[in-house]
Design a protein around this ligand. Structure first.
Ligand SMILES: *Cc1c(COP(=O)(O)O)cnc(C)c1O
Length: 391
């Protein structure tokens, strides 16, 4: 098989500290400095990048939809001269976001209609999604919750913490709570600890996880103090969100190591995005880097039908082709489950390449990653007790 040379994105590169006019770089490692110095305006952007017309118009219109905010750390990964840069396209608005394509929705996963209490989405029998903030360190242009995050759109995220805790206390079927938002790690250690300790007091809640892109957008936030606090609430898992291998910098790897070393198992959720990670080579490089950082690739999402995302969506066959290029060819742990979050609120539905060639009551014919066919007989075809008895 042809193995191509590793791309420059395959290595762990430190892109920091960046060139930041008007600031000395001694504060680069402070997450507070990073948050205070986020790029949020057109003027800021143009200080650093050559923008194209589509981006300039997109930035001007983003204030009424999903705000723009980019941490200096993440901004630093952008290629300043290439409008197709895969980092840039994730966080810099484009005019295409104002396009309204048939089928697109403001709430593509039907979350608002599954909230028994403001902030709590209860779709599956045994687990809930608890939205605990509407702010993130930076905003992904394809955000499935853009209707409520960033504070720029018309809708606000209502959260009623007391009602939510009381719902969880009386709803004994819930054994798994997924904290998300917004980004939970944007809350202070004290605020987050308050929420975690309240949840841990509820005996039927076995499993807590945090969904966060902060390890990628703001690795400086993963302080030893935060890790020590989190490790008091085990079993605590984390789902991070990386889409492109360049995002896994030296600083990100170190942040992930700190989390792994305090015993937090991590999964990664990627969104399949056109021109960003929709090819097998890029995806494989990303998945391998995640394994090195002790992060297990969990889901690969077909991009939700969120309004204004048509320029970022790919065909379903692209995702299937990528998964097929991985299975058998690389470590099984590296392969995420491709899913569609069913439009309208059906939950996550797994999809994958077909390995079953034929199946009936007697046998199944399967193909392997090389296309070779194999037969596995069904047990009923093997068991014939009367033959054993010699009748
Ligand atoms: C994704 C999601 C979950 C968690 O699903 P898993 O498949 O267990 O990761 C729970 N609730 C909602 C509403 C979700 O969207």
């Amino acid at each position: 098989m042809h193995i191509s040379a590793p791309s420059p994105d395959a290595g762990f590169i430190s892109y920091t500290p960046g060139y930041w006019p008007g600031h000395d770089n001694t504060q680069w490692d402070s997450y507070r400095w990073q948050l205070k110095n986020r790029v949020t305006t057109l003027t800021d952007l143009e200080k650093h990048l050559n923008l194209c017309d589509e981006e300039r118009s997109g930035v001007l219109l983003s204030g009424s939809k999903l705000a723009m905010a980019i941490t200096p750390h993440f901004f630093n990964l952008i290629d300043p001269d290439n409008p197709d840069c895969p980092i840039r396209r994730q966080v810099i608005p484009r005019i295409e976001e104002t396009l309204d394509t048939p089928g697109e929705m403001l709430d593509p996963c039907g979350e608002d209609s599954h909230m028994p209490v403001p902030g709590l989405v209860h779709r599956y029998p045994d687990r809930v999604l608890f939205l605990i903030t509407d702010r993130c360190a930076a905003y992904c242009r394809y955000c499935t919750r853009s209707r409520v995050v960033s504070g720029a759109g018309e809708q606000e995220l209502d959260i009623d913490f007391e009602e939510a805790f009381s719902y969880l206390e009386r709803t004994h079927s819930v054994r798994d709570v997924l904290l998300s938002g917004g980004d939970p790690l944007l809350l202070s250690d004290a605020r987050l600890e308050n929420i975690l300790s309240r949840l841990r007091k509820i005996p039927h809640i076995e499993f807590i996880r945090i969904g966060s892109r902060i390890p990628i957008f703001l690795p400086q936030r993963i302080t030893p103090e935060l890790c020590t606090m989190l490790s008091k609430y085990h079993p605590l898992w984390m789902s991070i969100h990386a889409n492109h291998p360049r995002e896994i910098t030296t600083e990100v790897r170190e942040a992930l190591e700190r989390l792994a070393n305090c015993g937090i198992p991590m999964g990664n959720q990627s969104v399949l995005l056109r021109g960003i990670n929709d090819n097998a080579e890029t995806m494989r490089t990303l998945l391998h880097k995640l394994l090195i950082c002790r992060v297990r690739p969990y889901y690969l999402y077909q991009c939700d039908l969120i309004k204004g995302s048509s320029h970022l969506r790919t065909s379903l066959s692209k995702g299937l082709e990528i998964i097929e290029s991985l299975r058998g060819h690389t470590t099984g742990y590296a392969i995420p489950q491709l899913v569609i979050d069913a439009p309208g609120g059906g939950g996550k539905v797994p999809i994958g390449p077909e390995y079953v060639v034929k199946r009936d009551e007697t046998q199944i014919v399967i193909r392997n990653y090389e296309g070779k066919k194999f037969v596995y007989p069904e047990p009923s075809a093997l068991l014939n007790p009367s033959a054993l008895l010699g009748d």
